[in-house]
Ligand binder design. Structure first.
Ligand SMILES: Nc1ncnc2c1ncn2[C@@H]1O[C@H](COP(=O)(O)OP(=O)(O)OP(=O)(O)O)[C@@H](O)[C@H]1O
Length: 253
């Protein structure tokens, strides 16, 4: 396997109020992996993402980038698309970068490319109130795309969407992942989504937040509906489910 991109070694995170969100987390990511974090509410999935994004310091242990350039090329997509209601799709995709200054100001062609990549051509002048939940999430992904990331952090981006929309966006993200050679760290509560998307599913447990299993999904990409309905898919889902239920009862997986 290639050189690691990022390693978390024995990472613990204790918040100011004393909550031990993570304890002894070891996680290594390689370029091109699509890794999903699954686990019960409060097990520290978002905390891992925030630490990787540099939105907080580890309390113990270390978080090391093996190539500092990659750290600068990460983008974060949240469950809440967090669009500015008074701004058009085009301006929503543009504005956060505009605020960051000239160096990151993309050209109109860059903005249009990002909008096209998420299939929103024709909606450039629409306002968030005119868009469905799935379309808002597409705008949020376009906003990440204009920064030309190589590493995507996605925190339950499709948690609020219906099954059909979620399925379509899953395929679109997989296409972008392949096309743009991204590395993805993806948080979800949905084990089917995790298995469908990922090259690896990392299972976490709560109190304290820790990793209890790391399950490779040894199936080729692109993933298809055939995979979704295959016995291999069922097998992987059952493996993740078993690891999750053991993590909740405390018995070994
Ligand atoms: N800023 C904070 N200050 C204090 N405690 C926090 C803070 N952020 C998170 N926590 C606590 O840390 C623990 C882990 O939270 P985190 O949001 O990382 O979990 P999660 O697995 O992403 O949860 P969910 O699936 O519900 O989003 C929880 O007990 C949470 O209440």
């Amino acid at each position: 396997m290639s050189c690691p991109l990022l390693s978390l070694q024995n990472v613990s995170k204790v918040y100011a109020n004393g909550t031990v969100a993570l304890e002894g987390v070891n996680l290594t990511l390689h370029p091109g992996e699509f890794v999903s974090l699954v686990g019960p509410s409060g097990c520290g999935k978002s905390t891992v993402l925030r630490l990787v994004a540099g939105l907080g310091e580890v309390s113990r242990g270390s978080l090391d980038w093996h190539n500092r350039e990659q750290e600068r090329q990460l983008a974060f997509v949240f469950q809440d698309a967090a669009l500015m209601p008074w701004a058009s799709v085009l301006d929503n995709v543009h504005l956060p970068l505009k605020l960051k200054g000239k160096r990151l100001r993309p050209s109109r062609a860059n903005l249009q490319e990002a909008i096209n990549l998420v299939d929103l051509q024709g909606f450039e002048q629409s306002y968030p109130r005119e868009l469905s939940g799935g379309m808002k999430m597409r705008v949020s992904i376009a906003r990440a795309l204009v920064t030309k990331p190589t590493f995507m952090l996605m925190d339950e981006p499709f948690g609020a969407l219906d099954e059909m929309t979620r399925g379509r966006l899953n395929d679109d993200v997989l296409n972008l992942w392949a096309q743009k050679h991204w590395t993805v760290l993806f948080v979800t509560h949905n084990i089917y989504e995790a298995v469908y998307l990922s090259t690896r599913v990392v299972v976490m447990a709560a109190r304290p937040g820790r990793i209890v299993d790391d399950i490779p999904i040894n199936q080729p990409h692109p993933r298809t509906d055939e995979f979704r309905t295959s016995s291999d898919f069922n097998h992987y889902c059952r493996e993740v489910l078993t690891a999750l239920s053991h993590s909740e009862t405390g018995s070994p997986a």
